[in-house]
Write a protein that binds this ligand. Sequence first.
Ligand code: SAH
Length: 242
Amino acid sequence: MGKLYVVGIGPGGLEYMTVRAKKVIEKSDVIVGYTKYISMIKPLIENKEIFSTGMRGEIDRCKKALEISKDKNVAIISTGDAGIYGMAGLILQMKKDEEVEVVPGVTASTAAASIVGAPLMHDNCNISLSDLLTPYELIKKRVELAAEGDFVISLYNPRSKGRPNHLKECINLIKKYRKGDTPVAVIKNALRENQDAKIFTLDNFMEDAVDMLSIVIIGNSKSYIDKQMFITPRGYENKEKF
Ligand code: SAH
């Protein structure tokens, strides 16, 4: 009898993987995952059996992973955290009597935040702009209410060719509630090869800087930029007092 590990491998750079994630990958006989993510952990899986599929193969991947885990130890991998737009939910929905352990990882928002400063210091939320599994009307409603509620907002899956205007529309919704000088960070490939980070404001934001390998973090009403760092204060202290 084997075990299925649902593993968040972190943002990509191997140093940012948890010790537990590395350990369970090492003790797995089979690794299941999207081709691009498999390549990120190549040095750890040289002699292992690999089952990889393209982007849209999630259900097949989960089925296969559950099936193999009856006899062998299997790791099914997601980037970041497996429980945040990753594989953990689907595996638990599909699981019958297989043994499953979810291993958490450093998600894109916290990885990206560490690069630009401390933007997530106060209440914050993640919203995925992907409308493959969520109606766009609901996405817009959540963006608008998060803006009204003054949450710092991390936008996952912010832009793709199939929905070129959604990011701009969502930024415009946020502008109804936030000042034009609110910081907006675009971090591409956080904590992995080809990392790039840019800081804009809502007024000079350029969505061309954004692609599917990026995450966008929009500050709350108290966020500011100081010495090229994006900071959201924890309380309402006046920084002149420090
Ligand atoms: N489970 C993942 C999220 C998968 S959704 C996690 O917890 O991070 C895929 C989206 O995550 C991408 O479109 C991008 O918006 C974001 N993302 C994942 N890794 C990233 C990274 N290293 N840098 C920037 N954005 C990343």
